[in-house]
Design a protein around this ligand. Structure first.
Ligand SMILES: Nc1ncnc2c1ncn2[C@@H]1O[C@H](COP(=O)(O)OP(=O)(O)OP(=O)(O)O)[C@@H](O)[C@H]1O
Length: 363
């Protein structure tokens, strides 16, 4: 039996806006999402802000009713049998809410164990087991207010596992966690998956997804744009090279200018304080493009410029940009053309997803 089966899931939000006359507006957050997760699998949902990841998770964990479509967790329908679903799942979200700061980690876990109906006899052993799993054994008597963000997140995970769920939903667990603590957190998640728990993880950190996930679905605009193992997603950009440019003060207009350089297949920028890292994807061995790319950035203060192999992040950018183009143009085959070049493997791949309905590209 599958751990999770989502079939053509849709969710529309209705809200009222305007004054004095309010109008009903509808927005489609999830537009027909279909995927399966096998028992014991660590499955990642990646996507830009507003893609529909949290809404999808909330339908699967019974916090939101689907507008249409169906979802099952270990065979239990989320809409018809939410109580059975809740018994099988745990839910951990990023951020600070959900723990009592003035209590120790141990007392937090004791409190939630009572709340979740963990039998009194089993509580002590279960709590010790979980503290060990999340690496907090020995620190359990300290008040949570003194805990770092990473420790809190690991305690959240322990809390979510108290009732021995078969499926754990982890919604951006590493948000705001420093790199060293994030590494510990990844270890915890990997250990957890090794115990046979099915994990559905959303994250914005590609390295995390690459290291942890058996399979990943990339979701954008409420639809799955690609689905496969990290390696198969990376193979979508195998035919590309990536130029990484350190720069200061590159605005959207410049990025658009870069996108229009013939031969450029994808552009993204990440801010790290004043310093930006601009990544430019080109075809394999297109060293002749370095000149026009740098020319498009003329007048901008530049740092190091390096050429490297494509990563999962580059595949992700290509898939999401392809999805944007498909949405803008409304056609599958022209995905990627907004870069001013031919669609290429990824544009075509992501477009093909768009064209073949909700399943996504199994790559
Ligand atoms: N309660 C709500 N009412 C109206 N619109 C909502 C509501 N919750 C989410 N949305 C909208 O639905 C879309 C999908 O949101 P969702 O939170 O599922 O995305 P996400 O992929 O989890 O994003 P993020 O990475 O920013 O958390 C967004 O456009 C969002 O603005």
């Amino acid at each position: 039996m599958l751990a999770i089966e989502a079939d053509a899931l849709r969710r529309t939000y209705t809200s009222r806006t305007g004054w004095p006359k309010s109008r009903r507006t509808e927005s489609e957050a999830v537009r027909g999402v279909t995927f399966d997760v096998a028992p014991g699998e660590l499955f990642g949902l990646l996507g830009p802000n507003g893609a529909g990841k949290t809404t999808t998770i909330k339908m699967l964990n019974t916090l939101l009713l689907p507008t249409s479509g169906t979802a099952r967790v270990f065979g239990h329908d989320v809409a018809r049998d939410p109580v059975a679903v809740r018994r099988r799942i745990g839910y951990v979200f990023g951020g600070d809410r959900g723990l009592y700061d003035r209590l120790s980690a141990l007392d937090n876990l004791r409190y939630f164990a009572e709340l979740y109906g963990v039998p009194a006899r089993a509580q002590k052993r279960r709590i010790t087991e979980l503290l060990d799993l999340v690496g907090l054994l020995g620190r359990e008597k300290e008040k949570v207010e003194g805990y770092s963000r990473g420790m809190r997140q690991r305690l959240h995970i322990a809390r979510g596992l108290l009732h021995r769920p078969d499926v754990l939903f982890l919604d951006e667990p590493s948000i705001g966690v420093d790199p060293v603590a994030a590494r510990d957190l990844r270890r915890t998640v990997a250990d957890l998956a090794a115990t046979g728990t099915t994990v559905l993880l959303t994250t914005h950190y590609m390295a995390e997804a690459d290291e942890l996930c058996d399979r990943i679905a990339v979701i954008a605009g409420g639809r799955i744009r690609a689905l496969g193992t990290p390696d198969s997603l990376k193979s979508l950009v195998r035919e590309r090279d990536v130029l990484e440019i350190e720069a200061y003060g590159v605005d959207e207009e410049r990025l658009d200018r870069l996108r229009r350089v013939p031969g450029v297949r994808g552009v993204a920028a990440e801010d790290r304080g004043a310093l930006q890292t601009v990544t430019v994807q080109t075809g394999r061995g297109a060293a002749e493009l370095h000149g026009p790319v740098l020319a498009a950035l003329q007048g901008v203060r530049l740092g190091r410029v390096t050429s490297r192999e494509p990563s999962l992040e580059d595949a992700y950018i290509a898939i999401v940009e392809g999805a944007d183009a498909a949405t803008v143009t409304g056609t599958a085959t022209s995905a990627g053309t907004h870069t001013g070049t031919s669609a290429g493997t990824v544009g075509g791949g992501a477009g093909a997803v768009e064209g073949t309905a909700s399943q996504g590209a199994a790559v």
